[in-house]
Design a protein around this ligand. Structure first.
Ligand SMILES: [Zn+2]
Length: 481
């Protein structure tokens, strides 16, 4: 059986911890800091106790305030968007006693610029040299990015948390700040929209040679129970370009080249159904293990064991700019036959191709079924093989009553294979009954409004959901004979 792909994940949001963020921050701080910091802790608590003293920063490497391109319905996002023209401070009035905010933003701007230019000396100048293993981690991660062609790198404060400003003046340590920010980037020639993940930064102010400066003491993936990682958190990233792809991975380039070739081979199969009017360029990420794949997706290890690859798309708020990623499960992908790899790659590319007209209300049976329809089309794989699990159930008298919904495509569903097969055969039924052109027209029409599915069934196919479902069930029973 072919390893399948999960449902679309539109914007993989920055899932914050539940509850009052200040309380959560406090709990984490207690665990993170030892007794040496007790004075600092008391001061932080005093600051946090008064709402007026809680400040937020928006961090931005471009040196200009930018409204978030992602819908961030939280307080921090709203505040940041509300003060265009200001660089760092979200609150209209800087709090007295926080002059460091500007310096911190400047530090992170310099750091982002160093990453953009792969400028080692400039990057090192942002690292707290006394941070030991935390400093080494930062430098290693930077070195791992050496081949990555960034068009942009920036820190943004989309997940703003209270600054923890401590005031330990001894030992040359002027202050310590911990905050969560998003580290975002664009790949040159591929991403129209910046993607990234939340990082937790620990910043220290040190006096050296009579001058006090801010440094990054530590930076690590953060955000909820399962932080989202980037490839360079795991090792040196190699980069290979295909005609239609940029493949970033932890393998040697000869291995990555095969993935690039796979994409190039799959593109005509997508064009044949969808037409050529799509971006036709995608970034593919190839980690070494399934566990790394899960971490790239901010998921728990094991969650994607059944899955060969996942496509993620992130939009700008206006929907005009997009960044797509195909993230490969190398362990599942390796087990596929060449034909299986082509089918999976076509499936993923179909998600990329249809991204522009896929909406939150587009039913999962259609997004996944259409991707499988393109994947299997003229592949020579018999229906009896590709839909074996489902057809066996139907033969046993267990014909599904409804088209599968979003929950049926959750990766933990033990009947995940049947869900994909139901969706695929719904699209195959549509094509046999109405024609392939109608399938494409239907897909586009569904995206045109929240009631798109019912309307498109009526206007494109001249049918209703009940009639369509009944026809699909009959089709399944016919195939199962
Ligand atoms: Zn899919």
């Amino acid at each position: 059986m072919i390893s399948r792909e999960s449902g679309d994940r539109d914007t993989p949001g920055v899932a914050g911890p539940p509850g009052d963020p200040r309380l959560v921050a406090f709990g984490e701080r207690v665990r993170a800091l030892d007794a040496r910091w007790s004075l600092a802790l008391v001061l932080s608590l005093l600051l946090l106790a008064s709402d007026a003293a809680v400040s937020y920063v928006a961090l931005d490497s471009s040196g200009q305030a930018q409204a978030s391109e992602r819908a961030v319905p939280d307080e921090a996002g709203a505040r940041r968007a509300s003060v265009p023209g200001q660089n760092a401070l979200v609150r209209p009035e800087p709090q007295p006693g926080y002059p460091e905010q500007r310096e911190i933003v400047a530090l992170l701007n310099r750091r982002a610029a160093a990453m953009l230019r792969h400028d080692g000396a400039a990057f090192l100048a942002t690292v707290d040299a006394q941070a030991g293993s935390a400093a080494k981690r930062q430098v290693t991660r930077f070195a791992n990015q050496a081949e990555v062609p960034f068009a942009e790198v920036r820190y943004t404060g989309t997940d703003a948390r209270p600054i923890e400003l401590t005031a330990r003046r001894a030992g040359g340590l002027g202050a310590v700040v911990q905050l969560d920010a998003r580290l975002e980037y664009r790949i040159k020639g591929f991403d129209e929209h910046a993607v990234g993940s939340t990082v937790r930064l620990v910043l220290v102010r040190r006096s050296t040679a009579g001058q006090a400066r801010w440094y990054v003491h530590d930076e690590r993936p953060a955000g909820g129970d399962t932080p989202t990682y980037q490839l360079w958190d795991f090792g040196r990233v190699n980069v290979v370009r295909g005609e239609h792809s940029l493949v970033m991975g932890l393998h040697e380039t000869a291995t990555l080249r095969r993935y690039a070739n796979e994409v190039d081979r799959a593109v005509p199969g997508v064009d044949a159904v969808w037409g050529g009017g799509w971006f036709r360029r995608v970034v593919v990420e190839v980690p070494r293990t399934e566990e790394q794949m899960a971490r790239l997706l901010g998921a728990r290890p094991g969650e994607y064991s059944q899955i060969a690859a996942v496509t993620i798309g992130e939009f700008s708020l206006d929907g005009r700019r997009v960044a797509d990623r195909i993230i490969v499960n190398p362990e599942a992908f390796r087990k596929l036959t060449p034909l299986g790899r082509m089918i999976v790659t076509r499936h993923e590319l179909t998600h990329v191709a249809t991204r522009g007209v896929t909406r939150s209300w587009t039913p999962t049976w259609l997004t996944e079924g259409f991707a499988d329809y393109v994947g299997y089309r003229r592949s020579g794989v018999p229906v009896r093989t590709a839909a074996a699990e489902l057809l066996e159930e139907v033969r046993g008298g267990d014909t599904p009553a409804e088209l599968p919904d979003r929950r049926d495509f959750e990766t933990a569903n033990p009947r995940l294979a049947q869900a994909y097969e139901q969706a695929w055969l719904a699209c195959r039924y549509l094509v046999e009954e109405y024609g392939e052109d109608k399938l494409v027209t239907f897909y586009r029409a569904v995206g045109q409004g929240p009631d798109g599915e019912a309307r498109a069934l009526r206007t494109v196919l001249g049918t209703t959901e009940e009639e369509f479902t009944a026809g699909w069930r009959e089709y399944l029973e016919k195939l199962a004979k």
